[in-house]
Design a protein around this ligand. Structure first.
Ligand SMILES: [Ca+2]
Ligand SMILES: [Ca+2]
Length: 419
């Protein structure tokens, strides 16, 4: 499967020495006192296990910054990048609570089982505390915060951790919102978010590179309070990032193009939903009008909704957000930041960067340009951006599942002026 050819091995070594590594592989960890490992091995109820984990919550987030070659990251004038949190193995989706706790889902292509929270207690822009808020899960890639609760998406289940904010130290037992999602692993890890309608949006990726398996595959779903779902969008191969336009409320989402059609096609996509039930092409049509070699004769491109913007081919477009703050210069406000995880199905690598898409006066994408790049040096990538999230202070967080870190990008007027 994809796993063997597409993903460089994580180079993070820090997990071996982090206390919370016990949550992942208690039997193999030799860096912790034996007594602790044995406690995990005994048949403790799960809730007790979580309390034990919480006791290990890291008080130090010292970065092994050796592997983080931040001076190689190029940003527009006045911007700088630093480490917000490190030692978060397979850091993927980001969410936050009103009090500022940052929740981090993990996994993606690689197996993972934990969800973390990191907190910048002293407000210096760097997290000081890390908590394991859930463990023993199946690739909990997706996290979303809503009304005091943390929602977590595994492959086939959505879980809820009630009133999480006040008890990161003693997280509650997760409540199952739904366990009825497909258990297919291919494109099965999920990004989730709450829409402005207060409902949870959950994509179900195509369980293949190219196939036609019908609902609920290759869709975006909307869940109701009972955990039942309806289809919002079809023909979506695998979206791992979406947001709603701050003014129009329209749902915008990235989508990963299919593989094995060559280096230059098809593009990854930035799409916008204008009404429920629209079909965005997959598996029949890719990009604006590229008929699929196998499925293209079943439905013509002109019956399907083309992307608002073709992104680069194989760039691995994942997390995306509109920038709602005013800490960045005007030309970035209200624009779209997109994390590109990077290519595997291409002879020359592409992606491994954060892009900005600017909208024109007509509300359509007008520019698509690099915002942060440099994780890819030649054909070697030392980092892979996954999700982007704006903080209350207007800084932009970027997760990196290769390094297991979260970066923080800020802007400074004096630096911009060259002072
Ligand atoms: Ca701090
Ligand atoms: Ca499409």
């Amino acid at each position: 499967m994809l796993r063997t050819v597409s993903e460089p091995r994580s180079r993070s070594r820090r997990v071996d020495t982090q206390p919370f590594a016990l949550a992942r592989q208690p039997r193999d960890d030799v860096s912790e006192p034996r007594s602790r490992s044995r406690r995990v091995d005994t048949a403790l109820p799960r809730s007790a296990f979580l309390v034990v984990l919480a006791l290990f919550a890291g008080s130090v987030l010292a970065a092994d910054d050796e592997a983080l070659r931040l001076d190689e990251i190029e940003l527009p004038p006045g911007f700088s990048i630093d480490v917000f949190a490190s030692g978060i193995d397979l850091a993927r989706s980001l969410a936050q609570s009103p009090s500022g706790a940052v929740f981090v889902g993990t996994g993606g292509l690689r197996q993972s089982d934990s969800v973390y929270a990191v907190v910048d207690e002293d407000g210096d822009g760097r997290a000081d505390r890390r908590y394991t808020v859930a463990s023993g899960l199946n690739r909990p890639n997706g996290v979303a915060f809503h009304d005091g609760d943390l929602y977590v998406a595994e492959i086939s289940r959505i879980l809820r951790l009630d009133d999480i904010d006040g008890r990161l130290n003693a997280p509650p037992e997760p409540v199952v919102v739904t366990a009825n999602l497909p258990d297919r692993r291919h494109h099965g890890w999920k990004f989730i978010r709450f829409g402005p309608d207060g409902r949870l949006y959950v994509p179900v990726g195509a369980p293949c590179n190219i196939c036609d398996e019908g609902d609920p595959f290759a869709t975006i779903l909307r869940l109701d309070e009972e955990g039942d779902h309806e289809v919002v969008a079809r023909g979506v191969r695998n979206t791992v990032g979406f947001d709603w336009h701050p003014d129009t409320g329209a749902l915008w989402f990235t989508d990963n193009g299919r593989d094995m059609m060559g280096d230059e096609v098809p593009p990854d996509e930035l799409n916008v939903l204008s009404e429920d039930g629209q079909h965005f092409g997959y598996p029949y049509c890719h990009g604006q009008d590229i008929a699929d070699p196998e499925f293209g004769d079943q439905r013509p491109c002109n019956e399907l909704v083309p992307p608002a913007l073709d992104l680069g081919p194989h760039v691995g477009a994942v997390g995306m957000r509109f920038y709602r703050g005013d800490a960045f210069p005007a030309r970035f406000r209200g624009q779209i930041f997109i994390a590109e995880h990077g290519s595997w199905n291409r002879s020359e690598k592409i992606g491994y960067r954060v892009m900005v898409v600017r909208l024109g006066a007509d509300g359509r994408p007008a520019e698509y340009e690099e915002f942060a790049a440099g994780w890819l040096q030649g054909e070697n990538a030392w980092g892979r951006p996954v999700d982007v999230m704006e903080r209350a202070d207007g800084s932009l967080l970027v997760s990196d599942d290769l390094q297991g870190v979260i970066y923080r990008i800020t802007w400074d007027a004096a630096a911009a002026a060259g002072e």
